[in-house]
Design a protein around this ligand. Structure first.
Ligand code: SF4
Length: 265
């Protein structure tokens, strides 16, 4: 019997029966019947499959990749919609794609991205399982300059719509620009970080998020951008304090997270 990739229900049943037979032969114990090991490929009742969200995200990805609504289209290699779990606990929002992200079409994939992954992993989070990672603008600003107000205005509805689909339990803003944009403030990151604010849906005026989740406010935690941590070691300690704060809040919001990685030291 060979198992390549995720096991089907039939394979799970066969493996369970085999293991039970092995245990019985070792212990002389009574074997169970195969009926006790009946697996199903159907999701358990009430389980969320994420299929609808995934489909909606794929539709948004296509729209973003085809978008030419602002000047950033001219120098991009490709747009970078975002990546991660379709029903995430956490949405990480950065500023915009850098050179490597522009080349690969994925957010946070350079050295800063690797550090972000390690930071998330340290509190039981990852883009593969329970996080989604996106940026305020989806195309690379030339020379890594801040996006212009008109570029943010043109692009903002994409992030709003991603949030409406993803329905994250919390948002982590990586860096000054993302935090200031989502919180509509000019306060510096040193004053914004270290405490939760509430994200209310942005000021794009399209009402998309408010419409999708009436009255919802998502806890939003600003922290330093990983590239700032690479430049300045002294920021690592406050960034770790932010991660611990995030871990505590997610543990309050999700018993499953609290039981697993949420309680890791
Ligand atoms: S930055 Fe946003 S609005 Fe501008 S072209 Fe890219 S996807 Fe479109």
């Amino acid at each position: 019997m060979r198992f390549n990739g995720p096991m089907t229900a039939e394979e799970k049943t066969a493996l369970a029966v085999f293991l039970d037979a092995a245990a019985a032969s070792l212990t002389g114990g009574r074997r169970r019947t195969e009926a006790l090991y009946r697996f199903s490929d159907d999701p358990p009742p009430g389980a969320e499959t994420g299929g609808g969200a995934r489909q909606a995200l794929e539709g948004l990805d296509r729209e973003i990749r085809a978008c030419a609504a602002c000047g950033l289209r001219e120098k991009r290699t490709q747009a970078v919609p975002g990546t991660g779990a379709a029903e995430p606990l956490l949405l990480v929002v950065g500023e915009g794609p850098g050179a490597e992200e522009d080349a690969r079409g994925l957010p946070f994939v350079g050295r800063a991205g690797q550090l972000l992954d390690r930071m998330l992993n340290s509190i039981g989070l990852s883009r593969e399982t329970n996080c989604y990672i996106a940026n305020v603008v989806k195309c690379r600003p030339p020379g890594n300059r801040d996006p212009l107000p008109e570029e943010i205005a043109a692009c903002r509805h994409f992030l709003n719509r991603q949030i409406a689909v993803l329905k994250p339990r919390a948002i982590l803003c990586a860096g000054r620009f993302a935090a200031q944009t989502l919180l509509e403030t000019s306060e510096g990151i040193g004053r914004l970080r270290g405490r939760f604010s509430v994200y209310g849906g942005g000021d794009s005026g399209d009402g998309f998020y408010a419409e999708a989740s009436p009255g919802a406010g998502i806890p939003l935690l600003p922290t330093y951008h990983p590239s700032a941590l690479l430049r300045d070691e002294s920021l690592k300690r406050p960034a770790w304090e932010d991660l611990k704060l995030l871990r505590s809040r997610l543990a309050e919001l999700s018993p499953a997270y609290a039981e697993s990685a949420g309680n890791s030291p």
